[in-house]
Design a protein around this ligand. Structure first.
Ligand SMILES: Nc1nc2c(ncn2[C@@H]2O[C@H](COP(=O)(O)OP(=O)(O)OP(=O)(O)O)[C@@H](O)[C@H]2O)c(=O)[nH]1
Ligand SMILES: [Mg+2]
Length: 442
């Protein structure tokens, strides 16, 4: 099915050597030919770049570049699609899009190309999300994860689970339709073990959600500790730029400062906080309250304590809390002290700290990733939790005395939850939520 014709610039705006403009939908080739000034179809070779001149509707040349025709369904969107490579910058791509609009296309909405790819079965929803994640990725780990998801690993795993549930439904309907069959009732143990297998599969996937979401969004690492402990200095050293103010005066940092950081290929959001102490200064007190909120939300806390100084009571409590690494700061001033020693001044110990942080946050991934594709979004987690809840509700109805009709009803709802997740049912609403965050031309 070909839908109305859309056009948009697919590359980022601004000065650049090249830019790509996409055109997709009904009569895409007709509109393209008008812009190319071709009266008729000079035997288009699918998926081959052709050197051509692009024109405004009055015939004025805009640029000379490459044009590639992708006849549907063998295109990204599944429709007839044309890609123009033109020179970048502010003028040419805009003129080219305007010419395509004059030739009958309308501006594409954000994510509309990928949305069409989903509607035409070229990608499922999980893969479409991965397209967005790959474009948004800033670290190697995020890129790897998105690519694996785009490759269909998670989709296949979910489709397997769905298929097992459909098998289960078939067994149940047989039981409902032919309860008195001579063969005897459907084997209850087979039903229970199939259900158990699906629940175990769901459980394994849910076990990956925590890390998958952490990789996609970046882990929140909070620098905390007493005033003057060297938090802001460490923040700057890790960022390799003087971002936060540093002074010898305790209580320098008031507002929490955040920065995205690529730690050895892993995504981290690093936060520098106000030093923890009871202060009479109103503004500093507000800052400390914010620090505590960050501490509560942290995936990992780096508790900064000057080397050689024993931990006080509050630090001892914080150090014992789950995800905390005690970092011994200003090591250059305290040679021979114990612990994870770092010096923001000399840079000593920083590589070891980075390794420790990455290992604590992401160390489990290698173990997981080989076994299961990972869930990367709350949407995935919620859908699988819903599916599992339905299966739990089905259990009491699936033994010999239960109501198989009711059991089947719950299993069907579990299938529906998976369908919505993969995107095989009426998904307009889900699509809307996913694609509104895409950029135009994707
Ligand atoms: N010699 C040495 N001095 C350091 C080091 N790190 C920080 N300092 C000094 O310690 C003082 C406090 O550093 P900050 O980074 O501002 O400490 P902070 O923990 O952010 O302090 P507040 O924002 O007040 O909570 C400054 O005078 C820094 O120059 C270090 O590794 N070595
Ligand atoms: Mg500070």
């Amino acid at each position: 099915m070909l839908s109305d014709l859309i056009a948009a610039i697919a590359t980022a705006p601004g000065r650049s050597a090249l830019s790509v403009v996409r055109l997709s939908g009904r009569d895409a080739f007709v509109a393209a030919r008008r812009v190319l000034g071709w009266d008729q179809d000079p035997s288009i070779l699918p998926r081959r770049a052709i050197l051509a001149t692009f024109h405004e509707s009055d015939g004025t040349p805009i640029d000379r570049g490459l044009v590639t025709f992708f006849p549907g369904p063998g295109s990204y969107t599944g429709e007839d699609l044309v890609e123009f490579s033109c020179h970048g910058g502010f003028l040419v791509p805009g003129q080219l899009v305007a010419a395509l609009h004059a030739a009958g296309a309308r501006p594409a909405a954000p994510g509309e190309f990928t949305r069409r790819a989903v509607l035409n079965g070229k990608l499922d929803l999980i893969q479409a999300e991965a397209v967005g994640d790959l474009v948004d990725a800033t670290t190697r780990a995020q890129g790897r994860g998105a690519l694996r998801q785009l490759d269909g690993g998670l989709s296949r795993r979910l489709a397997d689970l769905r298929e097992q549930l459909v098998d289960l439904l078939a067994l149940l309907s047989y039981d409902i339709d032919f309860p008195e069959e001579d063969d005897g009732p459907v084997d209850r143990e087979a039903i229970q073990s199939l259900l158990g297998a699906v629940r175990a599969g769901i459980d394994n996937l849910l076990g990956t959600a925590h890390l998958g979401e952490r990789v996609r969004r970046g882990a929140l690492v909070v620098l905390a500790g007493r005033p003057n402990a060297g938090k802001s200095s460490l923040f700057n050293a890790l960022l390799r730029v003087e971002r936060a103010l540093v002074t010898e005066e305790p209580g320098t940092t008031r507002d929490t400062i955040e920065a995205d950081l690529d730690l050895d290929g892993w995504p981290v959001r690093l936060a520098d906080t106000a030093g923890l102490r009871d202060s009479t200064d109103r503004i500093e007190r507000l800052g400390v309250a914010v620090s505590r909120r960050y501490l509560a939300a942290a995936d990992l806390t780096l508790l900064c304590v000057e080397a050689g100084r024993p931990l006080d009571d509050e630090e001892t409590v914080l150090a014992a809390a789950g995800a905390t690494i005690v970092v011994r700061t200003k090591a250059d001033l305290h040679p021979g002290a114990d612990g994870l020693l770092v010096s923001a001044t000399t840079g000593a110990g920083l590589p070891g700290l980075v390794r420790a942080v990455v290992d604590r946050l992401f160390g489990d991934i290698e173990r997981f990733a080989d076994l299961e594709p990972m869930l990367t979004r709350e949407r995935h987690r919620v859908a699988l939790t819903d599916a599992d809840r339905e299966l739990v509700e089905a259990i009491p109805h699936l033994d010999g005395d239960g109501d198989a009709v009711l059991g089947a009803h719950h299993v069907r709802r579990a299938v529906a939850a998976l369908d919505e997740l993969i995107g095989v049912v009426d998904i307009e609403e889900v699509l809307g939520a996913i694609f509104e965050r895409f950029c135009v031309g994707k």
